[in-house]
Design a protein around this ligand. Structure first.
Ligand SMILES: [Zn+2]
Ligand SMILES: [Zn+2]
Length: 118
């Protein structure tokens, strides 16, 4: 039986799941910033986004470490310690495409998105 404790915190061989949040892309949603699960490659939206899918993925999977999926950012975060964590070089790409806007994706961000985030 596999438990959360058996899962690797970070698997550098696994590529990210895609260019956008998995759940938002499935539901037609939008996000502010993207986070990548360092254990399985799941790309989810940040806690400033409407749906918080990166944190929901952590809660559902037990995967403890995320890294930024934003261009130019290379930090890692560990939910267990609520602190920044040491990372490793992960399989590319390490961010969403540079031409993908923030917030994103193009065409799905409401014009009053700042008001919606309240
Ligand atoms: Zn999302
Ligand atoms: Zn994961």
């Amino acid at each position: 039986m596999t438990t959360a404790a058996d899962l690797p915190d970070i698997d550098p061989a696994i590529a990210p799941s895609g260019a956008g949040c998995v759940e938002c892309d499935a539901a037609g949603g939008w996000w502010v910033h993207l986070r990548r699960c360092a254990a399985c490659g799941h790309v989810g939206c940040c806690d400033s986004s409407p749906s918080h899918h990166a944190t929901k993925h952590h809660e559902a999977s037990g995967h403890p470490v995320i890294t930024s999926f934003e261009p130019g950012e290379d930090w890692f975060y560990d939910y267990r310690t609520d602190d920044m964590a040491n990372g490793v070089d992960l399989a590319p790409p390490t961010s969403h495409p540079l031409d993908q806007p923030v917030p994103g994706p193009a065409g799905r961000v409401p014009s009053d998105w700042q008001a919606q985030l309240g």
